[in-house]
Design a protein around this ligand. Structure first.
Ligand SMILES: Nc1ncnc2c1ncn2[C@@H]1O[C@H](COP(=O)(O)OP(=O)(O)OP(=O)(O)O)[C@@H](O)[C@H]1O
Ligand SMILES: O=C([O-])CC(=O)C(=O)O
Ligand SMILES: [Ca+2]
Ligand SMILES: [Mn+2]
Length: 665
């Protein structure tokens, strides 16, 4: 032991070695007036710390809004109109009075050091007080509105107040969605009233679980009361649909910065000018996800309820914080509104080549819509929700929602690079010190996600619209490993597989091998459609026929055997297949017809081992292959029974052809 550890004197304490006193530091130049040289530079124009802090932030320059009569609104007037509109959104349906609505963060210190609303101090700040007099305690309180905050502001809010919010080393905001890490389709309810009774698809197979108007009102009140009980709520005013003629104005009222940032990224972001003339929203979401629904309420079967009222144009969320409910709730609304305008809504990705050739990618969750529409050689129009009109396609959203499980920089560079400042990273695990994300860690959930604005993808097509599709690619992740990597479909087959909406994922990841289970979800999105599947199918058939689009079925799942024996098809191979579809070269290939399903499959594709193109070649156990193929064929047949006596479109002949386009054995 050396004396250097300061404890050599044996008394158990510390002492410094005795020596000469340390001389005072003197600065060379201005010794006489006793001012240190470092203090003689320029000083700030502030006499107190508060004043200094007030210098730090400048206000965004107000633009010059013009109202209907051609006169400009003052900043104050504009804020008052906004607050009036938000106050109307937050109003109870039963009480005359509600909380006073104020703008800004309640925790933000005023110049006088107070944190209570400026109202009480006679300062300038917009307040909207709906009631004349106070009739309840709730009408005495203030609800602060954080309106269309920027990502940076939302980061600060999340980190300040929401446990589980962290900045990861790539700059993204990591969040936790709570107990629910995926959507809850069995808790999604739709109000059945005089209008929807006739218009929507009800009964067996329908995703629309009914509730009555009264129960909706009870849940709406519960959500609104919860939101009003908070000190602050987040309000986003944004748009859906890049087609200017069919743009929908949405307002999202939520309790969490996570939800506000998620929707900021996923919906279309208005410009400051567009926001000034936003007016009344076409649709409003009340997200009270932290607060459960009441099990004593009629129809409630769990503590979660996602309630859609198309007549009131409102969605109420109770008992789940999974942000995807908002995104997909709005998608359901579009599946109702758009077909009314003879526009087809699609659960598909969409991209466009340099020559303007557009491809749609349909598929259930996890089949590759986001992965394959994000293609460095093509323009991304959107990854999940689109509309097909008389003139072409438009993206409904302003952002992408990518699965992150096992994400790799090499295989999916554009998605990897999109995870940066501004991106919401849901339920991922990261190093507690370096904050580096481990995408292979499924401790919270396998459904880890990144939500980012579409312009985070370098070759995004802004505005997100394009001409009519040339190729319609149906994706299935077939864990049985019997569907060919690619099949060319005729129109009837395309419709058969669109209506079937097949995929088979593996049941779970624990405890070794599990049987794959087939999932059939009409229109590759039964959870979101509002009308009978044949309505969407008829529109798709009509559009594909008119535009001469080619249908393809691509298996992004297993090859060389079922799950447990074979492996998932290499993403690089799937990309080569997709490239050959886009370039048109696959149309020119030689084809042969398969047994049972009657698919046309190419015998060769450049860059891919030919033997994998016909699954039977890659299975070592031929008997097992045949059995599995028949088993899958049987699942298709059984699923299609419910559609057997449905007419698809006006063309009786097409209906016959579609029914005959399934597996035959
Ligand atoms: N051959 C393959 N083709 C496509 N994706 C593959 C392939 N092999 C592995 N994958 C992985 O499968 C996942 C596909 O998920 P993706 O996010 O594209 O699903 P999605 O269809 O967009 O679903 P959702 O509608 O839920 O967003 C990705 O994690 C991707 O890395
Ligand atoms: O909605 C979600 O949570 C994710 C998604 O895109 C889908 O399931 O289709
Ligand atoms: Ca996706
Ligand atoms: Mn989706």
């Amino acid at each position: 032991m050396s004396a250097g550890n300061g404890n050599a004197n044996g008394d158990g304490g510390f002492s410094f070695p005795k020596g000469p006193a340390i001389p005072k530091i003197t600065t060379g130049a201005k010794r006489d007036n006793d001012i240190c040289q470092d203090d003689s530079g320029p000083t700030v124009k502030a006499t107190t710390l508060d004043e200094l802090h007030s210098l730090q932030k400048k206000r965004s320059a107000p633009t010059t809004p013009i109202n209907q009569s051609g006169t400009a609104f003052s900043e104050e007037e504009r804020q008052k109109i906004q607050l009036q509109s938000i106050s109307a959104s937050l109003a109870s349906l039963t009480r005359e009075s509600g909380p006073k609505v104020v703008r800004g963060d309640p925790a933000e210190k005023k110049a006088d050091g107070s944190t209570t609303p400026a109202y009480a101090h006679g300062q300038h700040q917009s307040i909207f007080s709906p009631a004349l007099g106070a009739v309840s305690d709730s009408s005495l309180k203030f609800t602060h509105v954080l309106y269309n905050l920027s990502p940076a502001e939302l980061y600060e809010q999340a980190i300040k107040d929401e446990k589980g919010s962290f900045i990861t080393s790539n700059g993204a905001l990591a969040t936790l969605s709570g107990a629910k890490t995926g959507r809850a389709p069995r808790d999604k309810r739709v109000v059945r009233d005089a209008t929807t009774e006739d218009e929507l698809w009800w009964g067996k197979g329908s995703p629309n679980i009914e509730m009555d108007e009264h129960t909706f009102t009870v849940n709406r009140e519960r959500a609104v009361d919860y939101l009003n009980s908070l000190e602050k709520v987040f309000v986003n005013d944004q748009f859906l649909n890049w087609d200017p003629e069919n743009r929908i104005k949405v307002r999202i009222v939520s309790a969490r910065a996570y939800h506000s940032l998620f929707m900021h990224n996923m919906c279309i972001r208005p410009t400051p000018e567009e926001l000034e003339s936003f007016g009344t929203p076409d649709f409003t979401i009340y997200n009270a996800g932290q607060f459960p629904c009441n099990r004593y309420t009629h129809y409630m079967t769990s503590s979660t309820s996602v309630d859609l009222n198309l007549s009131r144009r409102e969605l109420v969320i109770l008992g789940t914080q999974y942000a995807g409910e908002m995104k997909k709730g709005l998608f359901s609304v579009m599946h109702y509104l758009m077909p009314k305008r003879r526009i087809l809504s699609l659960h598909s990705g969409c991209n466009m080549g340099k020559d303007g050739d557009v491809a749609l990618f349909f598929g259930l969750s996890g089949t590759g819509k986001t992965t394959l529409s994000t293609d460095h050689n093509r323009y991304l129009i959107g990854d999940d929700e689109h509309c097909w009109t008389e003139t072409g396609v438009s993206n409904i959203e302003g952002g992408c929602y990518a699965k992150c499980v096992d994400l790799s920089r090499e295989k999916e560079p554009d998605i990897w690079n999109a995870i940066k400042f501004g991106t919401v990273l849901e339920n991922v695990v990261f190093d507690e010190h370096t904050r580096e994300v481990d995408y292979s860690d499924k401790s919270v959930t396998e459904n880890t996600r990144a939500a980012y604005p579409i312009e985070f993808i370098p070759n995004a097509k802004i505005p997100c619209v394009g001409p009519h599709p040339k190729n319609v690619i149906l994706l299935a992740c077939d864990a049985f490993g019997v569907l060919p990597p690619v099949s060319k479909l005729n129109l009837a087959q395309t419709m058969y597989h669109f209506i079937s909406g097949y995929t088979a994922l593996v049941a779970g990841t624990e405890d070794g091998i599990k049987e794959p289970t087939g999932t059939f979800s009409a229109c590759f999105g039964a959870a979101f459609i509002m009308l009978h599947p044949t309505k969407y199918a008829a529109m798709l058939a009509e559009k594909m026929k008119r535009q001469g689009a080619t249908g393809w079925l691509v298996n992004t799942g297993w090859s060389g055997g079922s799950y447990g024996v074979g492996n998932r098809i290499k993403l690089a191979y799937t990309r080569k297949i997709i490239d050959a579809i886009h370039s048109g070269s696959l149309l020119e290939a030689n084809y042969k017809k398969t047994d049972i399903f009657g698919f046309e499959i190419p015998t060769e594709i450049e860059g891919i081992p030919s033997e994998i193109l016909d699954p039977v070649n890659s299975w070592s156990d031929k008997k097992a292959h045949k059995e599995t193929l028949l088993k899958l064929g049987g699942l298709f047949k059984k699923n299609f029974e419910t559609f057997a006596n449905q007419k698809i479109g006006v063309d009786g002949k097409l209906t016959e052809e579609i029914l005959a386009a399934g597996p035959i054995f």
